[in-house]
Write a protein that binds this ligand. Structure first.
Ligand code: NAD
Length: 489
């Protein structure tokens, strides 16, 4: 199928109660960040649309057999995966155009990886041990046989950002559908088509029953807030900034619903003094350029041995200087555009703060001579870890380099952050590496270039990087409740 048939007439639709419908708020433009042109329009939902979507999800959960038929759900998930695969080239073009995702990433985490991961969640729906026998006990002298059941939590509100739209949407839809919940997905205003085309595929090419998945696009954050406060919604699964996560958690308190939060990061890349400095620093520098640094788990603080700091600055500057931001459509591009002009200005503001605090922009920092929201890969040196650009998430192709005074100091600096999402350790001595790994307080860690991302590996944050884990069995169980049944015997 071509991208034009997934987005007929350049307009996308909402998916509510199994029907593709226009938004009652009209439409809003979706923009190609690589050149600033309007790609087309997305349906703009209003509060009435969101209300209808929540009602449809509630009915599908309460009044159908969806939540109890594990085998049917597994079949539906595989059917969705296969339908997405059949449309993969159209999805690829939309993802590159709307999210500014470099083409090379669409065969991995920007598209094909998460589509394939739906198969993992289908297997879980079928093979998970929904009931556990806790055996017989005699509390208070009454002999009872106990069974522990897992049941789906109910209606889930999923709120997602724009940076890895498919990865994040499917990391929520996959386990939520496998667990038997029904979902209202509210994607980011910057990437409405990436979600809407999935809605069209669900409606037209799968047997997923009406109301099980509802997709509500719009450019007003109030739609997300409505989902969070509605008492018919049992759980919010949210990925986005720590600031919005805080607002979501506070607003969810009124109806006391479960919140599952995947938030921001400022992860440290620790280079120990016995590591191959060139390999480690080059790897870290390359990492901040991927998708123009718009990844929550990207390692944006590079901690290097003080005695080799200047050498590390040279290596990093050379690597960053060699990576030119370019057309995401081209197969060799690593660093595409930032998502919007607003985001680029936000990044540039941090560069101003770095200069004002006495830091040096060693390389980059400028806008290349081309249309679109590009920024040159940038290295900041000369700042302490306490400076704002070393503490706050920048979400652009920006690396801050900071010297450390040995392993314990590196751990101290890594942990001197409100975040705790990810990180890396590079070193030759496994015992020293292990001590450092055990000291760093983050949800995932890569050692000497190891890759932690996969469907069966739980991902999430310590501290202000979030609450809960996505992916893996742990990520699936987030969408369940436990029920303990004791029978007198
Ligand atoms: P954001 O927090 O601005 O928005 C995320 C989503 O929340 C959007 O859909 C937005 O419309 C919605 N929203 C905004 N205000 C809301 C409110 N008051 N109530 C409910 N919903 C509301 O984030 P963003 O700029 O779209 O994305 C970038 C952020 O996402 C970065 O901080 C990044 O680290 C984070 N992120 C985290 C992970 C992770 O897994 N930990 C993954 C990717 C991105």
């Amino acid at each position: 199928m071509s991208s034009s048939s997934l987005v007929p007439d350049g307009n996308s639709a909402l998916l509510i109660g199994g029907k593709l419908v226009p938004g009652r708020g009209g439409v809003f433009p979706t923009v190609n960040p690589a050149d600033g042109t309007v790609l087309g329009h997305a349906a703009k939902a209003d509060a009435t649309d969101m209300d209808a979507a929540i009602a449809a999800a509630r009915t599908a959960f309460d009044a159908t057999g969806w939540s109890r038929d594990h085998g049917f759900r597994a079949r539906c998930l595989r059917q969705l995966r296969d339908a997405l695969r059949n449309n993969i080239e159209a999805l690829r073009e939309i993802t590159i155009a709307e999210a500014g995702a470099p083409r090379m990433l669409t065969s991995g985490p920007q598209l094909e990886g998460p589509v394939n991961d739906l198969g993992y969640f289908a297997d879980l729906a079928e093979n998970y041990s929904w009931e556990t026998d806790l055996g017989i006990a005699a509390p208070m002298g009454i002999k009872s046989s106990r069974r522990l059941r897992r049941e789906p939590i109910g209606v889930v509100g999923a709120i997602t950002p724009w940076n890895f739209p498919h990865q994040i949407n499917f990391a929520k839809l996959g386990p939520a559908l496998a667990a038997g919940t029904t979902v209202v997905l509210k994607p980011a205003p910057d990437t409405p088509w990436c979600a809407a085309v999935v809605g069209r595929i669900i409606a037209e090419e799968t047997d997923i029953p009406a109301g099980v998945v509802n997709i509500v696009t719009g450019d007003d954050h109030a739609l997300g807030a409505q989902l969070v406060t509605d008492p018919r919604v049992d759980m919010i699964t949210f990925t986005g900034s720590t600031r919005t996560g805080r607002a979501v958690m506070a607003a969810a308190a009124a109806s006391l619903k479960k919140v599952f939060l995947e938030l921001g990061g400022k992860s440290a890349f620790i280079v120990l003094d016995d590591a191959d400095l060139t390999a480690a620093v080059s790897y870290a520098s390359f990492g901040v350029c991927v998708h123009a640094g718009q990844g929550c788990a990207i390692n944006t603080r590079l901690l290097v041995p003080r005695e080799r700091h200047d050498e590390a600055v040279e290596i990093a500057a050379r690597t960053l200087g060699n990576i030119k931001p370019g057309d995401p459509n081209k197969s060799g591009t690593v660093c595409g555009p930032l998502i919007s002009d607003r985001q680029r200005e936000r990044v540039e503001h941090y560069l101003e703060l770095a200069r004002a605090a006495g830091g040096t922009i060693v390389t980059g920092g400028a806008r290349p001579e081309r249309d679109g929201y590009f920024l040159e890969p940038t290295l900041i040196a000369g700042l302490p870890n306490s400076a704002i650009p070393a503490q706050e998430e920048i979400f652009g192709p920006v690396l801050v380099i900071i010297p450390h005074d040995g392993d314990a100091d590196a751990v101290r600096l890594a942990n001197d952050s409100p975040y705790g999402l990810s990180g890396s350790v590079w070193g030759a001595d496994p015992n020293r590496v292990r001590t450092v790994v055990e000291g760093v307080r983050t949800g995932t860690l890569s050692v000497n270039g190891g890759i932690w991302y996969s469907a069966d590996a739980p991902f999430g944050g310590y501290k202000q990087s979030g609450i809960g884990r996505e992916m893996g069995v742990a990520g699936f169980e987030e969408y369940t409740e436990t029920k303990l049944i004791a029978t007198g015997v």
